[in-house]
Ligand binder design. Structure first.
Ligand code: MG
Length: 363
């Protein structure tokens, strides 16, 4: 059984016995003792909370969470040295409440304390990282505090018809790349296209917001790490990218320039599902340019998360752009782009040019 950070700090070991009872053990050290030289009540209580809480965790589905709502400890004797062993087991549980009880014994098997408590249980709902710091962020559909964006991962060549229009071979595998958080435009402002960067192409994409950290995430559990979905634009300096490709160089700046990743408000995962079967489209000044369905993805969302997290930790607030269907093309200053994932999210972006922006170093 993995040891939570607090238990590691306290110095406890946790294991599950064959009968399902949880055992937590602590070798008492000087820092665990009070001035009278016996184990501090907080240490005893922590040991019991760990044993009883771990018993509750072992008794509920993996995708559920629990929290201690009450814990009553009866102290029966002091313990000053040696090994303390706490045991805990679930006494009774309903859908949302569990009752657990247990005890602590010292190295001589003397009863040191007993405890009984209640735990609130609920299905796991990923809660993204929230920061008060100024930065580049997205919002959930129903408002609330802004969610600061961490990394932005994106996949290229994930729709066969787009692979073809880019002139890549049909068997070219999807490619992952990064955009910086500064690619999220500030809310309510126009996206300023680099005047000296050549043609900028629109790419409408389903965007995934990560709500739970993970590394080497199996595809079968990938959706547990998804907080919600939105629609976004993977804006691309196409001429810069083509030149970089021709030279065999990275094309980071072609994909990562400021404002190159506008994202709609985010809709909770529960209302969307696994991200498949969603109609996705984009218009420029009212003219339909891109229209597809997320079921056309060569790799679905769960596989992309598994692939992206193979070498890179995915964290709360990270975004994953999942590739674009065919029909990419240029946008220019003055254009109005509407991107939509039907019945999920809509995004309106207006464009300006950064021509004439002074090179002062100021934001
Ligand atoms: Mg793209």
């Amino acid at each position: 059984m993995p040891i939570p950070p607090f238990n590691a700090y306290l110095g406890t070991e946790i294991r599950q016995r064959d009968d399902g009872t949880i055992e937590t053990r602590l070798e008492l050290g000087p820092h665990h003792l009070n001035r009278r030289g016996v184990a501090h009540g907080g240490v005893i209580t922590s040991l019991l909370d760990s044993a009883l809480g771990a018993a509750v965790i072992a008794a509920i589905p993996k995708e559920w969470w629990c929290a201690t709502t009450s814990l009553t400890t009866q102290f029966l004797g002091g313990a000053g040295t040696g090994l303390l062993t706490a045991t805990g087991r679930v006494l009774r549980r309903s859908r949302n409440v569990a009752f657990a009880g247990g005890e602590v014994r010292d190295a001589a098997d003397r009863l040191v304390a007993t405890a009984i408590g209640t735990w609130h249980l609920w299905p796991y709902r990923p809660v993204p990282h929230v920061s008060e710091l100024p930065g580049h962020w997205v919002r959930m559909r129903d408002g609330g505090r802004p969610l600061q964006v961490g990394k932005i991962l994106a996949v290229g060549r994930n729709y066969a018809e787009h692979v073809a229009e880019m002139g890549a071979p049909p068997d070219a595998p999807p490619v992952l790349f990064f955009k910086p958080p500064t690619a999220i435009p500030r809310e309510g402002s126009k996206v300023r296209l680099p005047a000296d960067g050549g043609e900028v192409h629109h790419e409408v994409e389903l965007v995934v917001l990560i709500g739970r950290p993970g590394r080497r995430i199996p595809a079968t559990r990938a959706l547990e790490h998804v907080s919600g979905y939105g629609v976004g634009l993977d804006l691309t300096l196409r001429e810069v990218q083509s030149e970089a490709k021709r030279r065999g160089e990275p094309w980071s700046l072609a994909k990562g320039f400021d404002g190159s990743a506008p994202v709609s408000r985010i809709v909770p995962r529960d209302e969307v599902g696994d991200g498949s079967g969603l109609a996705i489209r984009l218009t420029v000044n009212g003219e339909l340019r891109q229209s597809g369905n997320t079921s056309q993805m060569l790799r679905p969302v769960a596989e992309l998360i598994a692939s992206a997290s193979r070498w890179v930790t995915l964290d709360e607030g990270d975004l994953l752009f999942t590739g674009t269907p065919a029909g990419v093309g240029p946008v220019r200053p003055g254009d109005r782009v509407e991107a939509e994932i039907e019945n999920v999210a809509k995004l309106v972006v207006e464009f300006d040019s950064d021509e004439g922006a002074a090179a002062t170093g100021d934001l």
